[in-house]
Design a protein around this ligand. Structure first.
Ligand code: G3I
Length: 454
């Protein structure tokens, strides 16, 4: 998705941007973001999120524009949430969860019981002491997030790689073979509304490891052990490519009466080959009725745990890659409301305003426009005094409409649309600024938005 940039900036001093815009093109119905396109298919499109990156406006902008589900990448793991036994720290995970709730995004909890990323104290436990610690951990964390989690990875990566189909040896496994079902029963008691998933890698096609997971799910269903879903991590590269029987494997699990989810998708590579694989994964999920959604394991290539493999949908600058377009198209969406994107004529630059009074705020807008659509990025700046919230009113030309908003909440979609700060960007220091954005069909606001402290 490369859009020729036509940018104008208008400062909030009552100036009106001069100039005319391209004639309106009727709105296309196809969704223009991953989340909206997936929603039209009854599914979510999610990403792993790292709490410390949320202050990065490019990162947060893409997150809120494109994704309808989030998975904390590390913040809910045992080492993060219970750094010393019985002392729980939810600060980073809560940041992600509260932000997702405010933005209407689902949350995948990851992960309650796992052999890896255990705090040192747990690594040093065994037997009954470890079993009890695990049960307490699952209870405490699932209770803390009770009612907020769409799906929990209750147990992560409990089977060995290779041809044995055996359980992975771990301190948890050595507490007894029933540790997995105990974790699931404990999670159900703590948060009855969450879907409870088993999550693993190298289970994406039919093989000894996935057969072993299949047998576990079959056994749980037969004995009434609570399990609702199986997560397929789907980390692919040249050594571990997308299996030809990917869809069939998802389907055989679904046939056991569980939902299936693609939970950590990334595909190393570039260009058409990478895009084709991403599209194939997307089509496989859409073809399996019980496939609830897809989560990619990070936003930009540079956010990936395998950054050198450039395995994600956005490049390091936040630009969508061919793989993005392929996924969006596979979901039935299109990159822009009309194509090809055509830049609107440059607009005469207004004279900048330099002073904003105390207790006031100003709004500056820059626009990327093409025939039939636009993205507007609005910079909100406090005056000479700090403010604790803001509202920006932008008036759209007749026939134009806001289709999505990030880093703010929009009231209305046409005419004068009022954007209110999100929970995390309302407070501005004197002279401080923040940005929000919105995408629309038709033409961008032709007049300067007004900013009011709230
Ligand atoms: O936070 C510390 C930082 O303070 C320190 O300076 C730095 C030095 O290495 O490490 C930072 O922690 C790292 C953490 O990621 C946050 O970046 C850990 O060392 C590193 O081990 C950790 O890696 C995570 C990995 O799980 C650990 O197993 C990756 O971010 C995360 O993407 C990855 O996710 C896993 C899923 O949970 C399960 N499936 C496989 C997947 C990929 O490995």
């Amino acid at each position: 998705m490369t859009r020729p940039r036509t940018v104008f900036a208008a400062l909030a001093s009552g100036l009106v941007a001069a100039g005319t815009f391209a004639a309106l093109t009727p709105t296309a119905d196809a969704a223009t973001t991953l989340g909206a396109a997936a929603a039209a298919q009854g599914r979510y499109f999610g990403t792993a999120v790292a709490a410390y990156k949320l202050s990065d406006t490019v990162y947060a902008g893409i997150l809120d524009r494109e994704f309808t589900s989030v998975t904390p990448e590390n913040e809910m793991k045992w080492d993060a949430t219970e750094p010393s036994q019985g002392t729980f720290n939810y600060t980073s995970a809560d940041t992600i969860v509260n932000r997702a709730i405010a933005n209407g995004q689902k949350i995948r909890g990851h992960a309650l019981a796992w052999h890896s990323q255990q705090p040192a104290w747990a690594q040093n436990l065994s037997g009954t002491a470890l079993r009890n610690a695990m049960v307490n951990h699952v209870t405490q964390v699932a209770t803390h997030y009770r009612g907020k989690i769409d799906s929990w990875d209750v147990v992560n990566e409990a089977f060995a790689d290779g041809s044995t189909g055996a359980r992975r040896d771990s301190n948890l496994q050595r507490t007894g073979n029933d540790w997995i079902e105990v974790a699931f029963r404990t999670a159900r008691a703590a948060d009855p509304a969450a879907k409870l998933c088993y999550n693993d890698y190298n289970t994406d096609g039919q093989n000894a490891k996935s057969n072993a997971v299949y047998a576990l799910v079959q056994d749980f269903k037969a004995r009434g052990v609570p399990i609702d879903c199986v997560g397929f991590q789907s980390h692919f590269n040249a050594a571990s490519p997308l299996p030809a029987d990917y869809q069939a494997n998802l389907q055989r699990f679904a046939n056991l009466g569980v939902d299936v989810q693609i939970t950590e998708l990334d595909i190393e590579g570039s260009g058409t080959a990478q895009a084709d694989s991403f599209a194939a994964v997307t089509r496989a999920c859409l073809a399996v009725t019980r496939c609830n959604g897809i989560t990619v394991w990070g936003i930009r290539d540079t956010d990936s745990w395998r950054a050198s493999g450039t395995p994600l949908l956005f490049d390091g600058n936040g630009n969508p890659k061919a793989a993005y377009t392929a996924v969006l198209n596979a979901l039935g969406g299109t990159v822009t409301p009309s194509s090809p994107p055509v830049s609107s004529p440059p607009v005469t630059s207004p004279t900048p305003s330099t002073s904003v009074p105390a207790g006031a705020c100003s709004a500056t807008v820059s626009v990327n426009a093409w025939t039939g659509g636009f993205v507007a990025t609005v910079k909100v700046t406090a005056g000479t005094a700090a403010i604790t919230g803001w509202r920006v009113a932008a008036t759209l030309p007749g026939g134009s409409a806001v289709t999505s908003t990030w880093n703010a909440t929009a009231a209305g979609t046409s005419g004068t649309v009022t954007f209110t700060n999100a929970s995390y960007n309302g407070r501005l220091t004197a002279g401080g600024s923040t940005e929000f954005g919105f995408q629309g069909t038709g033409t961008a606001p032709g007049t300067t938005p007004t900013c009011t402290p709230a």
